[in-house]
Design a protein around this ligand. Structure first.
Ligand code: FMN
Length: 495
């Protein structure tokens, strides 16, 4: 027997903190008991009490979240959506201006490099989404350093090498790839594009690029796996849950579904203060939620903090053998920041490390991955360990010259985050594909110009990295500076 549909009027009766229902994807849920536990706070749910919350829910939660985690007796059943009153949303002047900017967007063909996508994305993305993607920790010094560090490395090209044919394919964790970069894990894909991470999956397939799937994706893990084509390789990025039984289930499921690498994020026992994100959340929600509730606005939340309370700050080296016991996937530590820890990773049997500071989003004044690479490889070589572990770098990679610099210094490959998010947010799948193609074009030309026919021919003699360790004031990075949004004026509050 099919269940009788609820009406919008019935759901609307449950609109208080003592009795709170919400509609998500045409079904009603009683979330009253869940209100105090919601990682993003109860206020945001109460804003949608008795109403359709799908639009707000979608970017931040995989679609199966409620089905999976809310007890079955709280599932109130399907709703006849034709009876749900849709409140007419006033289109704010700021949103009208954004729509106008979207109409005037440059053609995709006019984007010639990855920074072009960033410029367009900043103009056309919703402010909150831009805030979440572009923000970094504290004063965003490390964010900028990630790019400027590459600018302190110069080339020593070889001449008169026959470079008629160049081949920059390589392997990463045993997978053959066309070019030595992968799409790194970035949370909340639906903030930038309605379809979310599957857009990155489909574009990666077109270019034979590996995708790292984030724990905190907006799409469900299975949706992202299902979007891949048969030969496509995906890795799993893992935030370790305090409840190890949940972590075990996630890892086992990923392996069963065919993931080829487990990247455990080790630089985020607590998520960093990304103040741009926090500030936007403040103005976005503060004024609305304050209305009528009499509560003071909680400005400790941004999108980042809202989604991360389950992460275990107790994760430590002692846990690594346990991970090795529950999976055959190669284990890679993501977020290693000093050579001593690379050596320890070799000792405990990790297949790789990613030298990364999380795109500058965690510890401000953490050094760039590329600098840590230059510190690491000579030590590994001296100890004869360079073949024992694959070393990856991410953070600030925007040009093929950056990829080449990392490979010259001994990296196996590099991860790229924001540029693909920006390309996706501005132009969808075609944008991501173009961004990847631009990198391939740049790679071919720069391999020729540096005098290398294959990845194996790239070596440390082809770069001058003497300035890399000097943290004095380097060249002014105008492009990165434009990413930083200074605080303008006091937040708008209703009186
Ligand atoms: N790293 C993780 O390990 N897990 C995440 O969920 C995650 N989410 C991210 C979300 C955004 C919007 C960004 C920009 C980065 C995120 N990262 C995450 C860090 C990236 O994996 C990567 O380290 C960083 O983006 C590399 O720097 P880039 O953006 O300059 O390329």
């Amino acid at each position: 027997m099919t269940k009788v549909e609820l009406t919008g009027v019935e759901v609307a009766k449950h609109k208080s903190a003592d009795d709170c229902w919400v509609i998500v994807h045409g079904r009603a849920y009683d979330v009253t008991d869940f209100l105090p536990e919601h990682p993003g706070g109860s206020k945001i749910i109460l804003k949608y009490a008795g109403k359709d919350a799908t639009e707000e829910f979608d970017p931040i939660h995989p679609p199966d979240t409620l089905e999976k985690y809310l007890p079955k007796d709280k599932h109130k059943g399907p709703v006849d959506m034709s009876t749900v009153v849709v409140e007419k949303q006033e289109v704010l002047p700021e949103e009208q201006e954004r729509m106008k900017r979207i109409e005037e967007m440059p053609l995709l063909e006019q984007c010639y490099n990855l920074l072009d996508f960033e410029g367009v994305a900043k103009r056309v993305m919703k402010k909150t989404a831009w805030g979440y993607y572009s923000s970094a920790a504290d004063d965003e010094i490390t964010l900028r350093e990630n790019q400027t560090a590459f600018q302190r490395i110069w080339f020593r090209p070889k001449i008169l090498v026959n470079v008629e044919k160049v081949d920059f394919s390589t392997t990463m964790l045993g997978t053959k790839v066309d070019i030595p970069f992968y799409v790194t894990a970035t949370a909340l894909g639906k903030l930038g594009h309605v379809e979310g991470e599957v857009v990155l999956t489909r574009a990666s397939a077109r270019h034979n690029v590996v995708q790292m799937i984030p724990t905190l994706a907006s799409c469900s893990f299975d949706e992202i796996m299902d979007a891949a084509d048969a030969s496509q390789v995906q890795w799993l990025q893992l935030y370790v849950n305090k409840d190890r039984a949940i972590t075990k289930r996630i890892v086992e499921h990923a392996e069963k579904r065919g993931c080829k690498g487990l990247f455990i994020t080790v630089d985020a026992p607590q998520l960093g203060r990304r103040e741009k994100d926090m500030r936007l959340k403040f103005t976005d929600e503060g004024s609305n939620v304050q209305k009528g509730s009499g509560e003071k606005t909680d400005n400790s939340q941004g999108a980042a903090r809202a989604i991360s309370s389950f992460i275990d700050p107790g994760l430590c080296w002692d846990d690594i053998p346990w991970f090795r016991s529950i999976t055959k996937m190669p284990i890679v530590l993501k977020g290693v920041q000093r050579v001593e820890d690379v050596l320890r990773a070799v000792e405990v049997g990790c297949a790789g490390v990613v030298l990364s500071n999380h795109g500058g989003r965690q510890l401000d004044f953490a050094r760039s991955g590329i600098e840590v690479l230059a510190e690491t490889m000579p030590v590994l070589k001296k100890m004869g360990l360079e073949k024992k572990i694959e070393v990856y770098v991410d953070g600030g990679v925007r040009r093929a010259t950056d990829i080449i610099k990392a490979l010259c210094l001994g990296a196996k490959g590099v991860g790229i985050g924001r540029p693909f998010l920006y390309a996706m947010s501005a132009y969808g799948q075609e944008g991501v594909e173009r961004a990847m193609q631009l990198l391939k074009d740049e790679m071919e030309m720069n391999m020729r110009l540096i005098g290398a026919r294959t990845i194996e021919e790239l070596n440390e003699g082809m770069v001058d990295a003497r300035g890399l360790f000097s943290h004095g004031v380097g060249p002014v990075n105008f492009l990165a500076e434009r990413v930083y949004d200074p605080l303008v004026g006091p937040p708008q509050r209703e009186r």
